[in-house]
Design a protein around this ligand. Structure first.
Ligand SMILES: NC(=O)C1=CN([C@@H]2O[C@H](COP(=O)(O)OP(=O)(O)OC[C@H]3O[C@@H](n4cnc5c(N)ncnc54)[C@H](OP(=O)(O)O)[C@@H]3O)[C@@H](O)[C@H]2O)C=CC1
Ligand SMILES: O=C(O)C1=N[C@H](C(=O)O)C[C@H](O)C1
Length: 253
C-alpha cells in the first residue's frame, strides 16, 4: 500500500499580481497542496523559508526573477517559474547555480497553457515544410515586455527546426522600411507584438510556401487556462532535480 504524503507546501512570489492571485486560488483549492506564503513587492523573501515552503512559484517580472531564483536555489527550495525574460544566457546561469544544489528542481516555462505548449510543438513540426514563417503575438496592454516569452520560445524552436532541415533564409524584398514595420528579428524569425485592451494572451504562427499558407493559433481567454499546467509543475518539480525548460517534458507522464 502506498503511503500518502503531507500536502506540498507552496509559496507564491508576485502573489498580488494578475497571475499570482490565480495561482494562490488554484493552490488553495486542492487538497494535496498547501499555500504557506504569499509574497509580493516589499515583502521579505525569508517569509517563504520561515513558512517551510518546499516549492516557490514565481510570477513577478523579468527584472527581479533571477534574484528570486538564486535565493530559492541557495535555500534548497524547488521553483516553478512562469515569469518571462528567460534567454539562453539566463538559463545557463540557473544551471550553474544548480550545480551547487543538485537536489533542487527548477521548472521554467514560457507558457503553462496546455494548448500553447501544443501550438509550439505543432509549429516546430510544420517549420521544415514552409519557406516563410512569421509570429504575431497579442496581449493585454498591461504587459511590460515585448515580444512575449512564448513568442521568443516559439521563434527559437522554429529557427532550430528550419536550421536542422537546411532551409535557406526567408524570401523578403523589403528595402525601404519604417523602423519596426517588419517586427523584431528573433533568431531570423519576424515577431509582431500587438497590445490592446480586451486581450489576454494570444498567438498566431503564419507559415507560407508556394500557393498555400498554414496558420496555427492559440488563445488564452482567461488566466485560469494556465492553472492546470502550474499545478502539474508544482507536483512534479519536487521529484525532478535540475532545470526543466517548458511544460512539454512534464505532460503525458
Ligand atoms: N508562463 C506563463 O504561462 C505565464 C507567464 N506570465 C508572466 O508572468 C509574469 C507576471 O505576469 P502578471 O501576473 O500579468 O504581472 P503583474 O504585474 O500583474 O504581477 C507581478 C506581481 O509581482 C510583483 N512584484 C514585483 N517585484 C516583486 C518582488 N521583487 N517580489 C515580489 N513580488 C514582486 C508586482 O508588484 P508591483 O505591481 O507592485 O510591481 C506584481 O504584484 C510576467 O513576466 C508574464 O509575462 C503571465 C501569464 C502566464
Ligand atoms: O504577460 C502575460 O500575460 C503572459 N506572459 C507570458 C509570455 O510572455 O509569453 C505567457 C502568456 O503569453 C501570458
Amino acid at each position: 500500500m502506498s503511503e500518502e504524503r503531507e500536502p506540498i507546501r507552496v509559496g507564491v512570489l508576485g502573489a498580488r499580481g494578475r497571475m499570482g492571485v490565480e495561482v494562490c486560488k488554484a493552490v488553495d483549492a486542492v487538497d494535496d497542496l498547501e499555500l504557506v506564503a504569499m509574497i509580493d513587492q516589499g515583502d521579505w523573501l525569508f517569509n517563504a523559508s520561515d513558512a517551510g515552503a518546499e516549492v516557490v512559484v514565481d510570477f513577478t517580472n523579468p527584472d527581479v526573477v533571477m534574484d528570486h531564483l538564486h535565493w530559492c536555489i541557495d535555500q534548497g527550495i524547488n521553483c516553478v517559474v512562469g515569469t518571462s525574460g528567460f534567454t539562453e544566457q539566463r538559463l545557463e546561469r540557473v544551471r550553474s547555480w544548480l550545480q551547487h544544489k543538485p537536489e533542487v528542481g527548477v521548472v521554467v516555462a514560457p507558457n503553462f497553457g496546455v494548448g500553447a505548449v501544443l501550438m509550439m510543438e505543432f509549429a516546430a513540426r510544420a517549420a521544415r515544410y514552409f519557406e516563410s514563417v512569421e509570429i504575431i503575438e497579442q496581449h493585454h496592454p498591461a504587459k511590460v515586455d515585448a515580444p512575449s516569452g512564448t513568442a521568443t520560445h516559439t521563434a527559437r524552436v522554429v529557427a532550430e527546426a528550419r536550421a536542422a532541415a537546411g532551409l535557406a533564409a526567408m524570401p523578403d524584398a523589403t528595402k525601404d522600411e519604417v523602423p519596426g514595420a517588419r517586427g523584431a528579428d528573433l533568431d531570423g524569425v519576424r515577431v509582431h507584438s500587438v497590445r490592446a485592451a480586451g486581450l489576454v494572451a494570444h498567438q498566431e504562427i503564419l507559415f507560407g510556401t508556394v500557393g498555400e499558407t498554414l496558420t496555427i493559433r492559440h488563445d488564452s481567454y482567461d488566466r485560469a487556462s494556465f492553472m492546470p499546467g502550474v499545478l502539474l509543475a508544482i507536483r512534479q518539480v519536487i521529484q525532478r532535480p535540475g532545470l526543466t525548460v517548458g511544460l512539454a517534458p512534464l505532460l503525458d507522464r
